[in-house]
Write a protein that binds this ligand. Structure first.
Ligand code: ADP
Length: 300
């Protein structure tokens, strides 16, 4: 999406962001050798062109970034008040990204089937149009059958959905198909009335997901792989500037680390360091040098 951020009065800073994109950026910044592709649809306008250029400048593969001939990208405006409270305005109901499934031909799915991992979020699901969802699930099943690990972050945004029932139905399919899930406690509370990491794990256990990673802000991260439950402590950051994309940074770096063969606890450490760094900077994407310097301290 196009991000517009209020800076000094009457001035807007324009950048690009979106949960899955943010994760891809941080994954690639930490694990340059892992080929990382973005699957989305943009338009043929100048901002779409710039967005595509930005993807390339972040070393992301744009082979699956499609161009819609009439639509334009979604956009949001973010404002932070004196207490650091964020508010958003969105223009996204008619975005090019809503049409992405139309571009996912058999040939494209075949190419995606050669990958190791396919990641999507609750926001991706909400953005995909109702009538395109059955086709999306067919694609996910095909990828899974081809041995691609399916990864799902519920990232629940109530205002993107018609009803809680509709969300639950889609999430049920997502949890049934995924191999790894990375929920936040807050995300699932409204939907399933689960109020703690333990309750989230209990709720997800019947789905037989290989790897469950529950994020709980500065408190802790709990993981469950097979029958092994682990609690990982987080070093709280004192100077929190903007929590946008904390979870996204965590996801990207965690998944990169797992693809790189790191253990779950090392992957959590790296993901948490990335998230802790990003929340000390305004906006979804932290400046590359600041991010790289912080990650270098981990001996990555
Ligand atoms: P989301 O952004 O999806 O709501 P969380 O708020 O749970 O997710 O944050 C994601 C990750 O960001 C956490 O698992 C943690 O590693 C890190 N994080 C969040 N808040 C803080 C904080 N105050 N101090 C340090 N790390 C934090």
């Amino acid at each position: 999406m196009i991000e517009l951020r209020a800076t000094v009065p009457s001035t807007l800073h324009q950048s690009f962001a979106g949960d899955v994109y943010n994760s891809a950026v941080y994954l690639k910044r930490c694990f340059a050798e892992i080929e990382t592709s973005v699957v989305t649809a943009l338009g043929e306008d100048n901002l779409s062109k710039k967005m595509r250029e930005r993807f390339v400048s972040e070393q992301l593969n744009t082979q699956f970034v499609f161009s819609h001939n009439t639509k334009v990208p979604g956009m949001y405006y973010i404002e932070t008040d004196d207490e650091g409270e964020r508010s958003f305005i969105y223009w996204r109901d008619d975005s090019a990204a809503k049409k992405v499934v139309e571009f996912m031909s058999e040939d494209i799915v075949k190419q995606l089937s050669t990958g190791d991992m396919f990641f999507f979020s609750g926001i991706s699901l909400a953005v995909i149009e109702n009538q395109a969802r059955p086709q999306f699930w067919e694609i996910v099943k095909q990828l899974k059958a081809a041995g691609v690990k399916i990864v799902f972050d519920p990232n629940y945004r109530a205002r993107l959905w018609d009803s809680v029932e509709q969300t639950k139905q889609q999430y049920d399919t997502a949890f049934s198909l995924c191999d790894i899930t990375l929920p936040g406690v807050e995300d699932l509370e409204t939907l399933y009335n689960v109020k703690s990491v333990e309750a989230v794990i209990e709720y997800l256990t019947p789905y037989n997901i290989d790897e469950i990673v529950v994020k709980n802000g500065p408190d802790s991260v709990i993981t469950k792989e097979g029958q092994t439950l682990q609690s990982h402590s987080i070093t709280p950051v004192k100077n929190v500037v903007d929590t946008t994309s904390a979870g996204d940074a965590f996801n990207g770096v965690y998944l990169g680390a797992r693809l790189d063969g790191r253990t779950i606890s090392d992957a959590v450490k790296l993901g948490a360091k990335a998230a802790g760094t990003v929340i000390q900077q305004p906006g979804a994407i932290a400046p590359k040098d600041v991010f790289q310097q912080a990650m270098a301290q981990t001996g990555l």
